[in-house]
Ligand binder design. Structure first.
Ligand code: ADP
Ligand code: MG
Length: 306
């Protein structure tokens, strides 16, 4: 196979758009006909669960890593070509987990899927570093903020130490009026700028809707940027209809290529049960009904503390 199969989506700082990037790159490629697995490798702060209908006793990656389940048991089909492997959300489950088994999980998924995206936790803990070395390529995700860029440097170094390789930088939440040069940021990190994802309120709205952004608002600026990035990574064409200029696109918007008809994804989005999101917010993880936004900012705060 010519392309890289296993990507780790990593960042130094939390709350910069890793989960958004994982879900939307995965969905864009699945819509284009690739078989995709997205894995919640953020073992301490499970994020992907909101996209899958999970009951509290559903099998998760935690059960696989603690030896109690097979990877198939923890694999949930989201739509036609994409499955998710969620992590458990309780701290008890987390304590039982040993990240070492992730290597076997990745090896198994690699056989079965065209692309595997590992949504990696922020920070510098063991379970963060391990996936960086298991992936064929690491996508470094950051906002343009100096603090986030600074922390990206650490992730670059950690990737080297883990024996992994950084493919490049994905800058999220970029703004057209910004006077910061995104190319310069990447140059300072000595890594290629793979893409820029503009600030887009639909990103947040899509989380509430429990639907990937590229499905929720396929023609919006962020969804368009994700589709272009996915096409670049895979070396395929994914049509976009957006009028917004994309900083990183090669500009090849020629029609044809992949047939991305709505039929591929439309009916299946119904299987994404947005009500499931709330089940991940209750019981062990905090004992209250939290809005998605609260959860997001809690995650962001918790991760920023590390
Ligand atoms: P991480 O996984 O790195 O912690 P998330 O993907 O959960 O980050 O994103 C953190 C927050 O930022 C979420 O509320 C998400 O909806 C929002 N977000 C992500 N990308 C964008 C974007 N391009 N524009 C606006 N908001 C975004
Ligand atoms: Mg996340």
């Amino acid at each position: 196979m010519s392309h890289e199969t296993v990507y780790a989506i990593a960042s130094g700082k939390g709350g910069v758009g890793k989960t958004t990037t994982t879900v939307n790159l995965g969905t864009a490629l699945a819509e284009a006909g690739e078989r995709v697995a997205i894995v919640d490798a953020d073992l301490g702060m499970a994020n992907l669960a909101g996209f899958v209908s999970l009951s509290p006793d559903s099998t998760t990656l935690h059960d696989v890593l603690s030896g109690g389940a097979s990877i198939d048991d923890a694999t949930y089909r989201i739509t036609e070509n994409i499955v998710a492997v969620p992590s458990g959300t309780s701290l008890d489950e987390y304590a039982d987990t040993s990240p070492e088994g992730l290597s076997d999980v990745v090896a198994e998924l690699r056989e079965e899927f065209d692309y595997v995206f590992l949504d990696v936790g922020a920070g510098v803990s063991h379970e963060t570093v391990l996936p960086l070395g298991l992936a064929d390529a690491v996508l470094l995700v950051s906002t343009p903020e100096p603090a986030a860029i600074h922390d990206s440097k650490k992730t670059l170094e950690l990737t080297e130490r883990a024996g992994g390789e950084v493919a490049g930088l994905v800058l999220t939440r970029t703004r057209p009026e910004s006077d910061v040069s995104y190319d310069e940021i990447a140059a300072r990190l000595e890594t290629p700028l793979l893409g820029t994802i503009p600030e887009d309120p639909s990103a947040r709205e899509s989380v509430y809707a429990g639907t990937p952004l590229v499905v929720y608002r396929p023609d919006g600026p962020a969804a368009t940027a994700y589709k272009r990035l996915a096409a670049d990574l895979a070396g395929i064409e994914i049509p976009t209809t957006a009028t917004e200029p994309s900083v990183e696109s090669d500009g090849d918007q020629s029609p044809g290529g992949i047939d991305q008809s709505d039929d591929d994804i439309g009916p299946d989005t119904d299987t994404v049960d947005s009500s499931a999101s709330s089940t991940t917010d209750d019981d062990e993880s905090g004992g209250r009904e939290a809005a998605h936004d609260d959860v997001s900012s809690a995650i962001t705060e918790a991760e920023s503390d590390t």
